[in-house]
Design a protein around this ligand. Sequence first.
Ligand code: ADP
Ligand code: ASP
Ligand code: MG
Length: 439
Amino acid sequence: MKVMKFGGTSVGKPERMHQVAELITADAEPKIVVLSALSGTTNALVGISESIANGKRDEAKRKIDELEAHYRSFVLSLVQGESLREKANAIVSEHFEFLNIILRISFSEALNKDILAQGELMSTKLFSVYLEEKGIDHLLLPALEFMTIDVNDEPNLPVITTKLNHLLKQHSNKKLFITQGYICRNARGEVDNLKRGGSDYTASLVAAAAHATVCEIWTDIDGMHNNDPRVVNKTLPIEQLSFDEAAELAYFGAKILHPTCIWPAQLNNVPVKLLNTMEPKAKGTTIQASAGTVGVKAVAAKDGIIAIKIKSSRMLLAYGFLRKVFEVFEKYRTPIDMITTSEVAVSVTIDTDAHLDQIIKELEPFGTVEVLKDQSIVSIVGNEIAETKDVLKRLFDALSPVPVTMVSYGGSAHNISLLVPSSYKTQTLQLLNAGIFGL
Ligand code: ADP
Ligand code: ASP
Ligand code: MG
């Protein structure tokens, strides 16, 4: 069994969907195909939801109509036969009627999740109609029947595995399954999602659950690049990454992958391939247990970081101080990304201000608390980085114009992290491209 996931741009135009149908029928291996919503749809649904939440129903109605018009013209080019085009239009009607009904009822978080789920539901159903037109035998597997998250909103892999394999067994005569990325059911049984970009996570969870031979993530670029192509002009694809390297890059901002999507594949040792729908012959990136070469492979940046520094002379020679500090973050379920300590101070970074005020209040009895907002973590990721000749020298030579706020080195053999003011992020990534990769 092979898992193939296609992102928004890969299904965003009717001709792209046609191409996806070719890619998934190129060989005879049984497949589970995970689809995102058409590009732009989830953003549009977020906009509709916000308008409804703000009581701007006329604005929401306008946005719904605009999105519906987009789907009507999409269907025109997707399907040619009259009866199947009618079927596709009926699917569009069903989902837009639902959105129009929502306009009339009072808004809630559960309703918001229902709105956000419409994109993946429509893309998979429309794709299924196209496969029907092409005479390609397949089965639509509803993700809401097997994809679950627990009370902490974390995917529940054992439950997913049992449910998915039960469904696959029920349809053991089928070779091609289509399912929705991103959407799931939460512990209360409501429709929920795996957060933005979550279709990658679905693919990895499905691949782990089905013990797939490979999890292919098809997108609009030929693999993981050494630097952020949205920010830096000259970037190159990386042929091979270890699971750990890929997980660090995803977590620290390489948008090509959902931040936490690597662990399920890693757990069951399923190789992950990043491939380009527009250039299917390109090598892409293979992510597996072994890293391949030694050395720095890529840099990535994560924005919206807050640094918190706690200064206290009581920390001097004291044990138990760090535990007390960490307990505050644990209490507010706020993960710490970077840590640096000196004898009288500890600095940590977090990526959310959801509980910032309470955290600061509880830290204040320990010493002076300073907060620095609008920071970015820049991560330099590779294999046995310390073995790269002069790596620190090259790093700091390159970054001499940048006021680096924090440095974390030695925590793992495959990561050096720097904190810089977000206003310096672009310059930092550009300087590292020249200084570390010679590009
Ligand atoms: P999809 O809709 O297929 O899920 P995404 O937009 O989520 O696609 O991810 C692909 C995009 O990720 C690329 O178009 C690229 O701009 C961006 N990206 C950011 N950092 C990297 C990187 N290091 N390597 C490759 N792509 C990256
Ligand atoms: N459609 C969802 C999003 O745009 C999930 C995904 O594409 O991965 O975030
Ligand atoms: Mg994505």
